[in-house]
Design a protein around this ligand. Structure first.
Ligand code: ZN
Length: 130
């Protein structure tokens, strides 16, 4: 592995964008074969070529700037999926409802049957099936 270490020395290597390009390559190579256009599968190699070009590059500042630009787009997308997933889990565990008196949002663990709820804001009491 010494030769590899020496070969990669001073080169940029892998980052999050590298990983994204590999995923993109895998998706393209699976989907493009389904399109009946000659040689269209070659397009799948564009992200792969770019991926290797970046890893072997010595222009580290430029590669970092590319990765940051990628993360600026990718992080909000990732966070959206993360919060959607947490929301989904919360709705599996808790039942959400509003106080009939003051419209305060309340929640209670699911599966307890009929429970008496006391609103935290207005102290209104009501029966709710959860
Ligand atoms: Zn209330």
């Amino acid at each position: 592995m010494n030769w590899l270490y020496r070969f990669m020395y001073g080169r940029y290597g892998a980052d999050q964008l590298t990983f994204a390009l590999i995923i993109l390559y895998l998706i393209l190579s699976l989907t493009l074969t389904l399109i009946p256009v000659p040689l269209i599968w070659l397009l799948a190699y564009i992200p792969m070529v770019f991926c290797f070009y970046r890893m072997l590059s010595r222009n580290i500042a430029k590669r970092q700037a590319e990765n940051w630009a990628f993360l600026r787009v990718w992080n909000p997308v990732k966070n959206w999926f993360k919060s959607a997933n947490q929301n989904f889990k919360a709705h599996q565990e808790y039942k959400y409802f509003k106080c009939p008196n003051c419209k305060q949002k309340l929640r209670a663990p699911r599966g307890w049957g009929k429970i008496q709820v006391t609103c935290q804001r207005c102290r209104h009491q009501f029966i709710k099936k959860v």
